[in-house]
Design a protein around this ligand. Structure first.
Ligand SMILES: *[C@@H]1O[C@H](CO)[C@@H](O)[C@H](O)[C@H]1NC(C)=O
Ligand SMILES: *[C@@H]1O[C@H](CO)[C@@H](O)[C@H](O)[C@H]1NC(C)=O
Ligand SMILES: *[C@@H]1O[C@H](CO)[C@@H](O)[C@H](O)[C@H]1NC(C)=O
Ligand SMILES: *[C@@H]1O[C@H](CO)[C@@H](O)[C@H](O)[C@H]1NC(C)=O
Ligand SMILES: *[C@@H]1O[C@H](CO)[C@@H](O)[C@H](O)[C@H]1NC(C)=O
Length: 510
């Protein structure tokens, strides 16, 4: 730039300022005054706008607060938000989630297998937080999340006589994760080293919520006795929970104080929730987070899942393997193969009647099929069959959902099939196969209907993929129909098609 052009640039900035307060109006000068005033106004506008932009540019975190507080006091539509923040908001994806897994050096080798079922190198972001550095002779597995060593917590108070001080360290993972200052984090998701997440569904669930607001999302314990001793208002840590960025930002400021104030509470999740209660944010319960505070066989829970994406499973070392006659981790791996074919449909229940035979089929997609040679009501099929006990006292009740007892009558029990294989077809369809399971009891109902049903050894299920947008709609269980074979009643195979329900379609006996 030449000196003269700098001069004229400066003139542009300065002259109007001089002109406005002391206008020297000559009779033939009105037009030039008009120009000068116009220039002055636009310059003021430009300067203040630059100032505003640069402030926001240098304080991205404050910007969150500005958005959050604006929303609080003058609700705006998300569209306005997008324009104001100056960048189009991409839908939430896996890169916006920072995982914080509570681990320990001593147990990681044993526990990592559950973690490695869902951790995706270079895709999922986050760390396992350890109590100590892993020993030098151990190489950290590539398939594990990278680790960090938690800060010392010996100065904090812990007064729960039956608990472990490690709860302090685990509670502080949120703070230590936040303080890493990583870019573009919308959600902090906490989990245990034995939590199995289903990350695509986690993204589906979190993307329903505005990450610029303060959200605390998770689920309760299934066992009422746990919710009584701990809290109903709490997202259980093993099922995992999500905290939006703006809530994390407020929480980390008071967390260390909270840890001392709530020193009598057993768990890290209780300490976190107690601290959130000081902010006043409430839990948003999502039925796909599963603490799995049950004992025995989790079958019933997985066969009648609520109409919501499966987000997590926990405590899988404390229940029977989810598929019979399999090793625990292998059995979860099998469910994960189904999940990979159609994440949204994983263990979604559909049931339908075959009125030509008076049969019913209930499918938990990717997991199991039940065949009843009669017509139980929809309410019965939807209710969880109680194949398990409560967590703490191994009792039959109560749970935070209704259960129905498992019938010992072989003329009431369904014929059960477990997922055998799965394949993706063209046009977003999957075909899954379910193989007859013999529980080895040797008791079979003598009725003719049951004899025919027992002759069915395989069930084929075709289904369209349940894409994420489905979960933005009002939740409705999908419908199915039993496709009758040309070879009639004598077939040993049943074909079922899952699909969206028709208008006025219901599972109602005729
Ligand atoms: C996730 O969204 C970000 C924008 O925040 C985008 O840059 C990135 O490509 C997206 N990643 C995936 C895996 O879609
Ligand atoms: C992850 O990224 C690193 C570095 O880019 C690369 O060497 C490695 O092969 C990637 N791993 C996977 C599983 O994609
Ligand atoms: C590493 O060394 C420790 C003793 O320092 C030993 O107890 C442990 O078994 C070793 N681990 C491996 C994988 O060799
Ligand atoms: C199905 O049940 C209804 C009502 O009980 C009965 O009238 C009908 O004959 C049954 N059909 C078959 C094929 O068993
Ligand atoms: C049904 O099929 C079996 C073999 O699959 C055969 O032995 C039997 O005769 C068939 N029954 C009828 C009624 O077709």
């Amino acid at each position: 730039m030449s000196s003269s052009s700098i001069e004229s640039f400066r003139d542009l900035l300065i002259k109007p300022w001089k002109t406005i307060p002391f206008p020297t109006i000559k009779s033939n000068d009105h037009f030039s005054l008009f120009l000068k005033v116009g220039l002055a106004i636009s310059t003021i506008f430009l300067i203040s706008h630059f100032f505003y932009l640069s402030q926001n540019y240098h304080q991205p975190h404050t910007h969150f607060y500005q958005i959050a507080s604006k929303q609080m006091f003058q609700p705006r539509t998300p569209k306005t938000l997008i324009i104001e923040s100056g960048e189009a908001e991409e839908p939430t994806n896996i890169s916006h989630i920072l995982f914080g897994i509570g681990g320990s050096s001593a147990t990681w080798q044993a526990r990592r297998h559950y973690n490695e079922l869902w951790w995706r190198q270079n895709t999922t972001k986050g760390f396992v937080w350890l109590d100590t550095k892993p020993s030098k002779n151990e190489t950290w597995p590539e398939t594990s999340p990278p680790y960090k060593v938690s800060a010392d917590t010996s100065s904090f108070k812990y007064t729960c006589w039956y608990g472990s001080r490690s709860a302090i360290r685990i509670a502080r993972i949120l703070k230590e994760s936040f303080e890493l200052g990583l870019d573009n984090v919308r959600w902090f998701v906490m989990g245990d080293d034995d939590t199995v997440f289903f990350p695509d569904n986690l993204v589906t669930v979190l993307s329903k919520y505005d990450h610029n607001q303060m959200y605390y999302i998770g689920g309760n314990s299934e066992s009422v006795e746990q919710d009584v001793v701990h809290f109903y208002t709490m997202a259980y840590g093993g099922g995992g929970f999500a905290i939006s960025y703006p809530l994390a930002a407020e929480l980390v400021k008071i967390l260390d104080g909270c840890i001392n104030r709530y020193s009598e509470y057993y768990g890290s999740d209780q300490k976190i929730q107690s601290c959130i209660s000081e902010i006043g944010v409430q839990i948003t319960k999502e039925p796909g987070f599963h603490q799995v505070d049950i004992r025995g066989n989790p079958y019933g829970l997985l066969a009648s899942h609520p109409v919501a994406p499966l987000v997590s499973l926990h405590h899988l070392d404390y229940v029977d393997p989810i598929f019979p006659n399999m090793e625990r981790v292998e059995s979860v791996k099998k469910l994960v193969t189904a999940y990979k074919s159609d994440p949204g449909r994983t263990i979604q229940q559909s049931f339908c009647y075959d009125h030509t035979k008076n049969w019913s089929i209930s499918i938990s997609w990717g997991y199991s099929v039940e065949l009843y040679p009669y017509l139980p009501t929809a309410k019965y099929l939807e209710m969880v069959s109680q194949t398990f006990k409560t967590w703490r006292t191994w009792s039959d009740a109560p749970f935070t959902f209704n259960t129905r007892p498992v019938s010992q009558d072989s003329c009431v029990k369904p014929v059960v099939y477990f997922m055998d294989r799965i394949e993706g077809l063209d046009r977003g369809l999957t075909r899954s196969g379910y193989k007859r399971y013999d529980d080895g009891s040797g008791k079979e109902c003598d009725k003719v209907d049951y004899k025919v049903a027992h002759g069915i050894h395989y069930v084929h299920v075709s289904a369209p993929m349940l894409l994420p947008h489905y979960w933005k709609q009002a939740p409705r269980r999908q419908c199915c129909e039993i496709i009758n074979n040309v070879d009639g009643l004598n077939s040993t195979v049943i074909n079922v098609k899952i699909r969206g329900c028709h208008r006025f379609e219901s599972v109602t006996p005729r």
